[in-house]
Ligand binder design. Sequence first.
Ligand SMILES: Cc1cc2nc3c(=O)[nH]c(=O)nc-3n(C[C@H](O)[C@H](O)[C@H](O)COP(=O)(O)OP(=O)(O)OC[C@H]3O[C@@H](n4cnc5c(N)ncnc54)[C@H](O)[C@@H]3O)c2cc1C
Length: 424
Amino acid sequence: MASIARALRPLSRTTPVRLASKRVAAYRPIESAYAFSTTPRRRDADLADLAPTPISHLSETESMMADSVSKLAQEQIGPKVRDMDEAEAMDPAIIEKLFEQGVMGIEIPEEFGGAGMNFTSAIVAIEELARVDPSVSVMVDVHNTLVNTLILRYCNTQAQRMWLPKLSTGTLGSFCLSEPVSGSDAFALQTKAEKTADGYRINGSKMWITNAQEAGFFIVFANLDPSKGYKGITAFVVEKGTPGFSIAKKEKKLGIRASSTCVLNFDDVEIPKANLVGEEGQGYKYAINILNEGRIGIAAQMTGLALGAWENAAKYVWNDRMQHQIAQAYTEIAAARALVYNAARKKEAGQDFVKDAAMAKLYASQVAGRVSGSAIEWMGGMGFVREGVAEKYWRDSKIGAIYEGTSNIQLQTIAKLLQKEYTN
Ligand SMILES: Cc1cc2nc3c(=O)[nH]c(=O)nc-3n(C[C@H](O)[C@H](O)[C@H](O)COP(=O)(O)OP(=O)(O)OC[C@H]3O[C@@H](n4cnc5c(N)ncnc54)[C@H](O)[C@@H]3O)c2cc1C
């Protein structure tokens, strides 16, 4: 229970109270995180020989990541949250700071300019950011858990050398799968790729693309051979400024308004052979695998959001009348967090985590919606007005049930795997 407990100090019954975070007090500059890499250590360890530890236990480097990101979020992002939401725009200085602090290349090896840390370090960073601003959190989540991981996992060393240093030091990434006609049914995508003498030509449109406004690097899924159905789907890199590639529209949204979500057009976009990600026709497998992991990131975002909403309200309204509801909400946050960390640890251990990731995302988004909604009611009128951030947490929570697989799709995955487990 280390990290939840750390976020909270005993609360007095008088209002308002201040919820302090031990993490903040324990801040150490994140730069020093570059000196550590927990991933190889965990890979080398025989997990069966390790003594069982509480699911929420974090290693020293993971704690350091949580502390540092918490400090960054509270001091540098917190003061800008309301203005960014109203302006529906991400402050470029925040993106710059996140790169500077090593938060955009968490799992990228140090030789490519990254922090060389493990998946759980990314998860705690996403959670800590969401506690303050879920918009910044999803930007970091998509960049780390989808874009960086895809290049790291499926590209050869030459391509990794070309892309990863950029992605860890200054170029924001986008993951472009969804289209106007294909959301849940992602592999019905209509964007086409064809071979040219020097590489490939892409034509089509993408919709709902996170980070698109600020990104310089886009992983685009297109069908190279529609006669093979979804087995023709291939992943490509398209860089900003490539002729024929444009942002057609930036969406105006209910929540996570500082996070850009755009429609993209590809009109005869020519890219070199080197921009192929992995192998032709493997895009559908890459997308499935990456999104299974990415869901743990969204679950962490929703857990952080729930805790942020809870803290914001609890420090304002803590009193005897409210204490049961406040305790109930906190218990649900702790349960969501346990699911998130369990899924992350199973992934790191090389175990099957698909059901765990789906359960974590489903449950954490439900908890985020419930807790942020209740928090508004606990605060009365003060929860409803845009002076504070209570109403923003609730608006932001709605997306948890939609992106990276809707709640129905998570239920479908869980049910399918349960059926396999219990009927075979
Ligand atoms: C803010 C935002 C950011 C996003 N970021 C990205 C991004 O960066 N990259 C990207 O590629 N995509 C992104 N998306 C797209 C997102 O993943 C899709 O919106 C999501 O997959 C749902 O697809 P849809 O919107 O087409 O809804 P639909 O698929 O049309 O779903 C509508 C409803 O039907 C239900 N439904 C659909 N199929 C089934 C089924 N088989 N069984 C039961 N129920 C079903 C759904 O659960 C949902 O309730 C983003 C979306 C939003 C809103």
